[in-house]
Ligand binder design. Sequence first.
Ligand code: ADP
Ligand code: ZN
Ligand code: MG
Length: 370
Amino acid sequence: MPDYQTVIGMEVHAQLLTRSKIFCGCDAAVFGAEPNTHVCPVCLALPGVLPVMNRRAIEQTIMVGLALNCQIAETAVFSRKNYFYPDLPKAYQISMYDFPLCQHGWIETDDPAGPEGAVRRIRIRRVHLEEETAKSFHVGDHSLVDFNRAGLPLIEIVTEPDIHTPEEARQYLIKLQTVLRYLDVSTADMEKGAMRCEPNVSIRPAGNAELGTKVEVKNLNSFRSVKLALDYELARQARALDAGDPIRQVTMGWDERRGRTVEQRTKETSEDYRYFPEPDLPPLNVSRAWVDRLRAALPELPDTRRDRFVADYGLARSEALVLSAGRDVADFFEAAVTAGQKMDLSPKTLSNWIVGELFRLLGAEGLGIG
Ligand code: ADP
Ligand code: ZN
Ligand code: MG
């Protein structure tokens, strides 16, 4: 049997944290609200309504693009992605297709296989802005739709196929979540659906230059299920190739209860969506001055903060990594360092205390640092 190399490319959707929805004035704080209370003629797609673009949603998308080292387009174009589904009130989704807002970036993750401090670079193909769909529920023989979520601003972040193990996939997702939270543009909470990921996965005989046929996996709502689904899918694909069966390009869903992937549909191609430029929104011209203002306002990002903790406070890289993994923890640590100066408590002592004793107490009480 040949050895196989794993190839994974990740598509992540994250809800942005704007005050109103992307094309209307509805309050975007919909989590936990009574169904169908955050709706209006625009996000219900009643006849005759028109979208009005939310400036903050564009700014937050650009901030993500900058944090991921992307080039920001001078002109981005909204497109209609046409498909029929009960949770899509207009029967099309306004998205970006051939002219996305951000492209050609990268993110670094710690290399789990390398020596301490080794990093891997994962290329980001694109970051674009689109609208969230509504949510369907199936109760007995009834289907119900809650439109509160319809029209929340959503970004999609797509990598190049640069991920090579399920563990690297997990590292990528954690790093991306950390960046989104540092930027304060998304809660990036997977359990609440604010961040959702769809890995595309294929295998190829080691040494083969050509990529294998990919399968896209949906319905993953925790880091744990991503790992389980990838492990399962990789084993399934290896068994198929070993048996001489070709892999078919399909979309699979993860069945959490049965611990397996299940074929949902054969993959639609972009032609099926009949994309065309959105006639109700003009092309978006993004001035360089606007981009520069947003760049100047970016907070210090996790990698920079980690390296500064090592340089300024003499922490080990592993400690600095833990303390910079959340902005709230990093802020707490730095406040403690400032306070500690008066009490002769060194950053090193404080770091030991936070990572050891304080985290243990918080863990025991099930509390966050906030
Ligand atoms: P689609 O049009 O089917 O969505 P794309 O080419 O846009 O496919 O790629 C979607 C995602 O799949 C990207 O993250 C990309 O890196 C990844 N990808 C593309 N080809 C492969 C492959 N052969 N194996 C694994 N991932 C792949
Ligand atoms: Zn609305
Ligand atoms: Mg896809």
